[in-house]
Design a protein around this ligand. Structure first.
Ligand code: GLN
Length: 544
């Protein structure tokens, strides 16, 4: 029997609920429990796949090909449990499924309503695939009081009645703001938020109170009294120096013990936190530093490259160095050559990340050329790998080399594919079809050439599995001219048709990958490509 932890947020958004859920999951896991974390998103998009990274941050892709909320990345990085399609649901998906059923006549003439039809669908989602999990953590997006989240709150209320009394716990994350003029922490917003939650029929068991200042014992007691919880269940959550300190910090404040107690579990095994102690030790005591430039498009919003940012940090943890990331807007390179040198020369490594659309592409290509010519470690991810191939083609004299993503071209070094093989068999896509859900998505195998740089990076592996999210592919018709120019295609799809990895043997570290390795990196298990790239940058830092 799985136990359920429902996590809601109050007062304001951006309280770090996702990180809190991930940390609580990690702490329960450290006690030997099997956990899974799910996200309920109240917005009406069917999935975040079509949302701008500026609006909603990165789209996190799972092995089974779902485009999900970036919080699932936190969950996976903190627990190591691979997220699945069935771990993220949106109102849009719920309504889409219900309307499809209604059109099919599946409701047999009934009036289709929010209660029970929408709430039943939400409950079904929460209860599906419990497997042998000990705890399923369900994070509800948004803030208590939002109109959009009401059906989710109602579904939780119903579930808390329907499941066993000791089978569900409600954790509410709130804010205890500090009013400088009064020199005081204020508990009123928390009281209001809990009252709002209670008016929806949900009584929280544990309150996690985000605060910039220590919450004095008296204030803690006051919150407990007004919010109808035990004083020990008011957990202060002060700002952490790093996201990697959060699990240890919340453990010290008693979060996991208090959640377990709310379930009536008082004899839980003590947690083994050694992995987190090692991660924080590496993070806070680096023995050097490197500077990596990320030349991309969405550089104004760090959340747009969340997993990439984390994977670079993990690469630093693997090498015990601090990684300074310079976010560089690719567009600035489209005007002035001198700018390129000034911006890229101080870097120890250049990374061109994934992205969509033509904007900034010439700047990305110019950065690849700089890295190739100056022998600076280069890492191209997805669009970055495609740019590395276009740059190689131009170096081979194919001047018009481009991608069909950027418009008509006579030299489609990168082009759309309309057929490819997946585990489910032949996949096809119509040119000019819908944009949502038409990409090569999720985990695909790649076969590595023996004796290649990348096979050494992957510790001799012959076959790897990595996550994809793209519409375009490097056109295999150009493999020959590109190989003549010095690029080696060292990873291909198992049928040998789709290029997955390119590298330059005449360069200290030049690798482009069609997939997104950053999605699988963990602080306690850094991805080998990021560990290798940061190690190469460290070498480079000794040269310059
Ligand atoms: N825009 C490119 C494509 O669709 C690359 C996508 C990406 O970088 N994720 O193929």
């Amino acid at each position: 029997m799985a136990r359920y932890i429902f996590i809601t947020g109050g007062v304001v958004s951006s309280l770090g609920k996702g990180l809190m859920a991930a940390s609580l999951g990690a702490l329960l896991q450290a006690r030997g429990y099997k956990v899974r974390i799910r996200k309920f998103d109240p917005y009406l998009n069917v999935d975040p796949g079509t949302m701008s990274p500026y609006q909603h941050g990165e789209v996190y892709v799972t092995d089974d090909g779902a485009e999900t909320d970036l919080d699932l990345g936190h969950y996976e990085r903190f627990t190591g449990v691979s997220a699945r399609q069935s771990d993220n649901i949106t109102s849009g998906r719920v309504y889409r499924d219900i309307i499809a059923k209604e059109r099919r006549g599946d409701y047999l003439g009934a009036t289709v309503q929010v209660i029970p039809h929408v709430t039943d669908a939400i409950k079904e989602f929460a209860l599906a695939g419990q497997d042998d999990h000990d705890f399923i953590l369900c994070e509800i997006g948004g803030t208590v009081g939002d109109i959009e989240s009401l059906p989710f709150m109602e579904a939780i209320r119903q579930l808390r009645n329907e499941l066993e009394p000791d089978q569900t716990v409600s954790v509410h994350v709130t804010l205890v703001p500090y009013i400088a003029a009064a020199g005081e922490l204020k508990t009123k917003p928390t009281q209001h938020s809990v009252r709002e939650l209670a008016s929806l029929g949900i009584k929280p068991d544990v309150l996690l109170c985000r605060a910039e200042h220590e919450i004095p014992e008296g204030e803690r007691r006051k919150i407990a009294q007004f919010c109808n919880v035990r004083p020990q269940s008011v957990i202060p959550a002060l700002d952490a120096p790093s996201i990697y300190s959060v699990p240890l910090q919340y453990h010290q404040e008693g979060l996991d013990a208090e959640v377990l107690r709310a379930f009536g579990i008082t004899d839980a095994p003590a947690p083994d936190l050694s992995a987190w102690e090692d991660v924080t030790d590496r993070y806070f005591n680096p023995e050097g530093e490197v500077t990596i430039g990320v030349v991309g498009k969405y550089v104004g919003l760090p959340d747009a490259y969340k997993s990439l940012n984390e994977a670079l940090v993990h690469g630093g943890l693997a090498n015990r160095v601090k990684v300074n990331i310079k976010w560089i807007d690719a567009e600035i390179f489209e005007e002035d050559e001198a700018d390129i040198t000034a911006k890229l020369e101080p870097l120890h490594g250049i990374l061109v990340p994934g992205g969509f659309g033509e904007r900034g592409s010439e700047g990305k290509i110019a950065s690849v050329r700089f890295a190739r010519e100056r022998q600076v470690p280069f890492f191209g991810i997805c669009l970055g790998m495609q740019m590395a191939c276009i740059e190689g083609a131009r170096a081979a004299g194919i001047e018009g080399a481009s991608s069909t993503e950027f418009g008509e071209t006579s030299e489609p070094v990168v082009g759309i594919i309309e057929e490819w093989m997946s585990e489910e068999g032949l996949q096809t896509r119509e040119a000019g079809g819908d944009l949502g859900g038409t990409m090569r998505l999720g985990a695909y195998d790649a076969k590595l050439s023996g004796n290649s740089h990348v096979s050494r990076v992957y510790h001799g592996a012959e076959m790897i599995s990595e996550r994809h999210r793209h519409r375009y592919e490097v056109n295999s018709a150009y493999i020959e001219p590109l190989e003549n120019q010095g690029l080696v295609f060292s990873g291909m799809s198992p049928d040998g048709l789709l290029p997955e990895i390119v590298e330059r043997p005449d360069h200290p570290w030049f690798i482009g990958v069609q997939f997104h390795p950053e999605l699988k990196s963990k602080p306690f298990d850094p991805h080998p490509l990021f560990a290798g790239f940061v190690a190469a940058a460290l070498e480079q830092s000794r040269l310059v």
